[in-house]
Design a protein around this ligand. Sequence first.
Ligand code: PLP
Length: 412
Amino acid sequence: MDNKNNQWRKDFPILDQVVNDEQLVYLDNAATTQKPQQIIDDIMAFYQNDNANVHRGVHTLAERSTEQFEEARSKIQQFINAKHSDEIIYTKGTTDSLNIIARSYGEQNIQAGDEIVISYLEHHSNLIPWQQLALKKHATLKYIDLDEDGFVDLNDAKKKITDKTKIVSIAHVSNVLGVINPIKQLAKLAHQHGAVMVVDGAQSVPYMPVDVQDLDCDFLAFSGHKMLGPTGLGILYGKEDLLNSMPPVDYGGEMISFVHLFDTTWNDLPWKFEAGTPNIAGAIALGHAVDYLNSIGMDKILDYENQLVDYVLPKLQAIDDLIIYGPRDPQKHTSVISFNLKGLHPHDLATGLDMEGVAVRAGHHCAQPLMEYLGIKATARASFYFYNTKEDADTLVNSIVATKEFFQNGTI
Ligand code: PLP
């Protein structure tokens, strides 16, 4: 698993560069992944050959772009095993998808005294929409505890989810602790109490096979840019009957059936939720990203990343003064790994790593309540994807040691 033997790496031209006189090692994939040359070419080819607005024209280019746009929707439907393609709504990203659920389903169904249940590890995108909805509706927002490894604790979930609960919304994979949460069991629990299950799939859909029918979740939100696609395009999956019962949140072109002077009827799914000209090239590119991921196989991607974690986690654990968050057991840890070096601010650590060519993230990772729960302000975070290698892992480990020595002794 060195760079030369990774068959996918050559597709990512951005990786082949020197930063700060060192070969770039990109380990910020949980923030956004890099894009293969094929997808960069596809986006350019769309604008060179097929660009036209979707759904509105009868001319050839409009038909071509509409066909590709809707074909991408079907690919995404199959990728997450949704029953119908009209259950796939194009949005701007995970954040947008979660806000739409809160503003549409939430506004319609939450009354004073109802409960919304989330957990302490949620990204702000899966926290603030529910917090603000609860404030507005005089509902109660409850937080499920984490167990000692950082997983959402099922025993506590059984206490927190009650007959008053209307919405449970949980991250499938934590963007800080690298845990895969027990979504299937949580969905079962939510349904036993008549609540809907919302899943923040921002970190899971790019990383592992995700089957919405198997999970039996009611909604799933994810972002194209974290799975090889461009920024500004995400997906909201919802069960058809729920989406049909929900009001649109944005008004304008595309989402209407008929507009009269004083009233309007809505378009069918999925367009009811897609007001205005969408990110056409982005959606088509996400369809191609799905093709690319399928050509490898999501099982294989998961397996490959598990091997990387098996390799790197013990090496990180062996570094003195390095505190690693999430499970100690590599079998329980995804390839999102957060850590702190004792006595050093994570920003200094990340800057030290950047001097070695290693790109990691540092900060609160849009999870301030989780930082508070852990009793810290911030962490550094390395996150791997299938184009990373053991060589990258070694560089990370060596660079942490070098940075530690630099700050201790002033040499690097
Ligand atoms: N949820 C989780 C778990 C994330 O990791 C992220 C992004 O890092 C988001 C939501 C928000 O995604 P986006 O910024 O693409 O909307």
